[in-house]
Structures are given as C-alpha cells and as structure tokens.
Design a protein around this ligand. Sequence first.
Ligand code: NAD
Length: 390
Amino acid sequence: MRIAVPAETQGAETRVAVTPETVRKFIGLGADIVVEKGAGLASGITDADYEAAGASIAKNAKEALKGAAIVLKVRRPAEAELASLPAGALVIGTMDPYGNEAALEGLAKAKVAAFAMEFMPRITRAQVMDVLSSQANLAGYRAVIDGAAEYGRALPMMMTAAGTVPAARIFIMGVGVAGLQAIATARRLGAIVTATDVRPATKEQVESLGAKFLAVEDEEFKQAQTAGGYAKEMSKEYQAKQAELTAGHIAKQDIVITTALIPGRPAPKLISAAMVESMKPGSVIVDLAVERGGNCELAKPGEVAVTPNGVKIIGHLNVPGRLPATSSQLYAKNLFAFVETLIDKAEKKLAVNWDDELVKATALTRDGAVIHPNFAAKPAPATEGSVQNG
Ligand code: NAD
C-alpha cells in the first residue's frame, strides 16, 4: 500500500500533507510513503527529516505518484498533475469544488477517487479530521499577529517612565472558530476586545473569553443559527440595523478583524467604504473572508491596501499558509485520522467502506464519475412525455 505525497503546485502553497510524525504513523499501518523532493521545505521539514521517519524521497511528482494507492495533498491536484495520478487511487485533500466543476470532471476522468476534506461532517467522531477548524483556528491567531504587525502602536497598556501607552481596541466581527481564536489571541496581547456575531450562542462564548459582546439582539438574531450550527444570511432590515450599531463602534477601533462567512453564499459585507473612512489614520482592518468576496468593501485579495485616510486593509490569501509549519502539523494529523478509517489494520490494506457517512460526505469522484450529490449530473427526467413546468 503505497502513499504518495507530491509537492504542492497550486497558488504558492506553503503547507504539506504529511509530517515526519504522520509518516511514522502511516508506516505503522503498513504503508510505504513516498514524498517528492523538497515537498516539506516551506514548512521547515527537510527530505532528511522524512527519510529519518521512514519515507523514501522521489525526485519528481511523476516518480512519487507511480503505483500509489493513496495520494495526499493540501490542495486539489492541478490539471497538469492529472495524467500522473494512478487510476483507482484515492486522492485526499482540500478540493475547493464549488465553482471548479471542470476540475472535478478532470479528476473523474483521471479515474481517481477524490475526497474533499472540507466536507467532513462536524460530528464528534470526525472532530479530529476537521480541517476547517484546524486551519481556521490558526488563521484567527495569525490575523491578530498580522494586524499587530501593520499597526504602528503597541497593543497592551504600558505604564513607563516616559509615559503611558493606552491599550489598543480590537473588534472581531464573526466569532466562529477563527473569531474565537482571534479574541483569545488579542486578549493575550493585552488589547481591549469587543466582538459581534449573528448567532446567539456566540454571546456567552465571547464573554467567557473576557471580551464584550455587541450585536442587534432582535427576534431575527434569535433564529439566526441553522441546525448545522452555521449562520443564515440575514435580512436587509437586519443588515441595516447591524450597520447602524457597528458604524459608531468601528470608528473608535484600532484594529478590526473580520471572519464572517455564510455557507454557500458570498461573505456578508459588514464594513462599508464610509465606515473605513470614519476610522483613524494608522488603524488596521484584517479581512479573513477576502477569498469569499470579503467582509470589507475595500479589501483587495492578496494585498495590504492603504486608503487615502491612512487605514491599512489586510487581504492576505491562504492565511493558514502564513504559519506553514503549525498548519501542516495539524492538517497532516487531520488527514491521518481520516485515512486510518480507510485501512484494514489487520490485513494492512485499503478497505474503503463506501457506505460510511464520512466517506459519503467527502467522496467527490469514483470510477470515472462525479458522485457527490452536490455536483453529480442531475438524472434525466423520469418518464417520457411527462409535463414540464416552467
Ligand atoms: P464560519 O466560518 O461559517 O463563519 C464564521 C462566523 O461568521 C460564524 O460564527 C457566523 O455566525 C458568523 N457570521 C455570519 N454572518 C455574519 C454576519 N452577518 N455578521 C456577523 N457574523 C456573521 O463558521 P465556523 O467557524 O465554521 O463555525 C460555525 C459553527 O460550527 C460554530 O458554531 C462552531 O462552534 C461550530 N463548529 C462545530 C464543530 C464540531 O462540532 N465538530 C467544529 C467546528 C465548528
């Protein structure tokens, strides 16, 4: 049972899908691991580290992939890699399939079974496989570090012989996994922290971290959380009330960190150009939602924009990739935990249970077809001559 780890090729990715720790664990399950030369370098892992853990090093991706039963990735394989993927192999990574249906077809045509780790159900058994949480947590931490680095003042209050430095005010908008870590990190650095969200459950979480909660707590707010634990898209009326409440607050902040997302929808716009204009020169906005359209109207993907009134708007892409060693460490553990469920430990061979709910939720392609219900071609109309409406 060969497991291949080709180097990442997409979008200057700095993370890697295995660490020496998980290489040892895979070998313990009876696998051979082949890692492409240099695959871990950006995460601080050398070929020698992988070899010491028992992996062999291939000189290029093609050689690494030869005969692989499982291919582990951070990102979806690029089109140029498809031809080298062995037919029948399981290809596991974050696949980013929405809006990339052609790439999905490509994986199906390559006859691989592609699995999207980001579709892992958020149930107790799969918590250890939850790449969204492991990476969002680190993004939340890094957002504060990035914001602090661009901010021209200190965060904690300091009383020195030369005078008193006031504590910075940091406002976190959206308190899911990333936002909660941002609150904790900002508090550790001594800032005065406030936070907002549309889900009522977040109020207690924010307060338990020592931050102040600020939100429009009307009837709609009470219903804003879906059964799955996510936010709904709020009505125009709610959005207007929310903007009115937060506008005055944002004007007084030193750093605003936004993390608000709604599954399957563009990120809600929470900071208008007028709100940015109301902020003091030198203040900073960190928009973690920039890859999904951004929470701040003026955020630019991949850039640190400076507005005419001197506000810096940070729009870094792939924020977990800005902490590659830690992100890889946790991502690799998430992958291992899932792959372990696909292996028969006694026989030391692949044994995928296609009826398992984790497999069903994450499998995108199999045997040449797109099989995931969100993407598979809709069946043709059931009966000939049936009346079609519309
Ligand atoms: P997410 O990334 O989808 O969204 C981030 C936050 O933005 C959410 O808290 C959301 O409520 C908020 N938001 C959306 N629209 C907003 C708006 N207009 N204004 C302000 N905030 C807005 O969320 P996530 O980090 O993936 O977490 C979603 C939920 O899943 C949370 O309840 C989290 O605790 C839960 N969760 C559960 C598990 C598990 O049980 N295994 C694991 C991880 C997360």
